[in-house]
Design a protein around this ligand. Structure first.
Ligand SMILES: Cc1cc2nc3c(=O)[nH]c(=O)nc-3n(C[C@H](O)[C@H](O)[C@H](O)COP(=O)(O)OP(=O)(O)OC[C@H]3O[C@@H](n4cnc5c(N)ncnc54)[C@H](O)[C@@H]3O)c2cc1C
Length: 645
């Protein structure tokens, strides 16, 4: 097993002088928090202390940032085994037929309510307990089968998708499967698998992207047998229908090495507990039947045995739950995007303007090709990552974050393009279309419904920061001590010397021609894309290193610059997954020319986006934009607000 940056871990540790594990324990973080505001430093230190120990070799996607391209980790494509597929087939077939014949998605959207019969039937079918082991009343299916269910749901009705997904991807089931005691699993998993909706309550008024800032309190009773909760949670999806919630709350701080450390703890809370009220049902642009609400806690007593993991590990429970939980969203995005493609390819053939079907106009053809290529890549990335989750292939946080960020942004763009392809009919509601005798194709509903995906379960901005932080991690391990003003000067000087020695060996390698190896059994076209990805990962590693030397410890403030590096790595991951997936499909006997045309299209378009990102790393208006915004926030440029109501 290779450590980051190709030096033995002991050497990295010894050479840097930085206590590698200290970042995890929070005693001397590698990121220098001493110059940050107290709030930011506390949030970062808390997040740091909640991180899982990294697999030293990193994952495929995280290694892209250090110029290491291990295609063999994702090739051959980790396809679903026949056995696993067979296990899910019966349920998935039933779900598909049920959605088509019994779920009226437009009616759900119009009324803002999901018929109870639909919910009951889905419980009966096991749709609320797909991943819950059979011994606890669930179907015991794999992540890939769960993803396939999300894809079916996403292609039909986003309200049901959100209900089912919030319930089991982040609701009670997932944190209990990861952290629950046997007793908790026995008590709650059968309930949530078969009869009760669950929800995940993290967000508050002042704690959105920064959950460490929460204020809901859980104070231990005098005898220590329970906690008393007071406060409010905002936007709790399913809260209005749920029987049981996972709630993250502030418990009394601990003193660690003389310093007060904030404690966040996770609890299972029964909704019928006295003092718990759903005080408001929220309504949104899309997902009009989302049972989302404000949950108020007034002296709610929660028994100690309902604590998930240990006191103080609540943020870790929440973040770890989200790490895999957020894979459901890209799977649903694949379904939704496939549906949009079906709508568009039919319409682009049928609709004739200026004497030809609109699909023969370049402007429309380009949009449809973009949809096809993106869907292929999205499916490749999402199901590759899901299969690796099933195989327990180490740390996949970067992959899941990339899938979530890329798929949700791409789907929003595709939905926007689908509306354009459908023209005025795209903007018209399904009900109105039906009212005047046209097919009720709900593009406007899909557009409204998919917008939230880039915001919840980790917004795109936060996903980029998260990936960037992980991208810098190996460098921080090697050279982070230089920038850490909390360390004694002697240690920092030592780090300059030792990390310098390290980079003398590492850096020149990033200029050597990259190769992904022989790539036996890979089609020529695909091989060229894979070699490109290998070469480009070295260019990415160099670019990131140059940025580190240029900005030093202030690099974390350069969010737009970092987002370009994250964008490049994400596109490289997409290209690599696409090539692996394409080869798998060809080997399986699917028509090679069709597979290659879509895979080639995607890889070529991804390369253009990569070029654009690289160009922005050397020439951009980031600083000017930041300064302009500060002027705007300070009340200058009043003219820009003139002439309006
Ligand atoms: C429909 C819906 C359902 C939801 N369901 C749930 C649920 O079931 N459970 C739950 O706990 N929460 C839920 N949420 C909350 C959701 O997860 C949050 O909206 C999300 O985390 C963002 O928080 P915020 O809205 O407070 O935005 P803020 O955190 O205020 O952010 C505003 C903007 O600033 C950006 N931003 C914030 N910090 C940074 C930074 N450091 N650097 C760069 N950009 C930054 C954000 O990306 C965003 O674009 C739901 C929200 C909605 C709207």
């Amino acid at each position: 097993m290779k450590p980051p940056l190709e030096a033995p871990p002991e050497q990295v540790k010894a050479e840097t002088g930085a206590k590698e594990s200290s970042a995890r324990s929070g005693s001397a973080p590698l990121i220098d928090t001493s110059k940050m505001s107290a709030g930011k430093a506390a949030a970062l230190e808390l997040a740091e202390s909640s991180r899982d120990p990294l697999d030293e070799r990193g994952s495929f996607a995280s290694n892209l940032f250090i110029g290491r391209y291990d295609f063999d980790r994702i090739f051959p494509y980790p396809a679903q085994s026949d056995e696993d597929r067979a296990k899910g087939e019966g349920f998935l077939e039933k779900l598909k037929t049920y959605l088509r014949d019994h779920v009226d998605a437009d009616e759900i959207d119009r009324t803002g309510e999901i018929p109870q019969k639909n919910i009951d039937d889905l419980f009966e079918m096991g749709a609320f307990g797909v991943k819950i082991p059979q011994q606890f009343g669930g179907l015991g299916l794999s992540q890939v089968n769960y993803g396939r269910a999300a894809m079916l749901l996403g292609s039909w009705d986003e309200n049901l998708t959100a209900l089912v997904s919030a319930h089991q991807s982040i609701g009670v089931a997932q944190p209990l499967l990861l952290f629950g005691t046997e007793e908790q699993k026995r008590k709650y998993l059968p309930r949530v698998a078969r009869k009760e909706i669950s929800a995940f309550a993290l967000t508050e008024w002042n704690a959105g992207s920064d959950p460490a800032n929460m204020s809901l309190r859980a104070d231990p009773t005098d005898d220590g047998s329970a906690f008393i909760m007071n406060g409010e949670k905002l936007w709790c999806t399913n809260g209005v229908k749920a029987g049981v919630l996972v709630v993250m709350a502030k418990t009394p701080p601990k003193i660690v090495k003389g310093k007060e450390r904030k404690q966040i703890t996770a609890f299972i809370v029964d909704v019928d507990s006295p003092g718990l009220e759903i005080t408001y049902r929220c309504h949104f642009m899309g997902l009009r039947a989302l049972y989302n609400g404000v949950v108020k806690f007034t002296n709610v007593r929660v028994p100690r045995e309902n604590m998930i993991a240990k006191e103080g590990q609540g943020l870790k429970v929440a973040l770890t739950t989200l790490n895999t939980g957020r894979l459901t969203i890209p799977a649903a995005c694949v379904g939704l995007s496939k549906r949009l493609l079906e709508i568009c390819r039919k319409w682009a053939k049928e609709r004739v303007q200026w004497g030809v079907p609109i699909g023969q106009h370049y402007a429309i053809a380009g949009k449809i090709a973009e949809m096809a290529g993106s869907i292929f890549a999205m499916e490749a990335m999402t199901f590759l990552t899901s299969a690796l989750v099933d195989r327990k292939s180490g740390d996949l946080r970067i992959e899941t974050a990339m899938c979530k960020m890329w798929a949700t942004e791409t789907t929003w763009r595709l939905a926007d393009e689908a509306m354009q392809v459908r023209g005025g009919r795209g903007y018209e509601t399904a009900q109105s279309l039906a009212g005047r005798g046209e097919e009720p194709i709900p593009v406007e509903r899909f557009l409204r419904d998919c917008r939230i995906n880039t915001i919840f379960e980790g917004s795109s901005e936060i996903m980029r920061l998260f990936v960037a932080r992980e991208a810098l991690d190996p460098h921080l391990k090697v050279g982070g001590a230089i920038f850490n003003t909390q360390l004694p000067t002697s240690e920092r000087l030592k780090a300059v010397f030792t990390s310098g020695k390290f980079y003398v060996a590492w850096y020149p390698k990033q200029w050597l021609p990259g190769s992904a190896g022989e790539l036996k059994g890979v089609q020529d076209d695909l091989r060229a894309h894979v070699h490109y990805a290998s070469r480009t990962s070295k260019r990415l590693a160099r670019g990131l290193f140059h940025a580190m030397t240029r900005f030093g410890p202030k690099l974390d403030r350069e969010q737009l610059l970092l987002s370009r590096f994250v964008g490049i790595a994400t596109e490289l991951f997409a290209i690599s997954a696409t090539c692996s997936f394409a080869q798998y499909k060809i080997d399986r006997g699917e028509p090679a020319h069709e597979i290659l045309s879509v895979a080639n299209y995607f890889c070529r378009s991804a390369k253009m986006r990569i070029d654009h990102h690289f160009a922005g790393t050397s020439r951009n208006v980031d600083r000017a934009g930041f300064d302009l915004t500060q002027e705007l926030l300070a009340g200058k440029h009043a003219d820009l607000g003139e002439g309006i109501v």
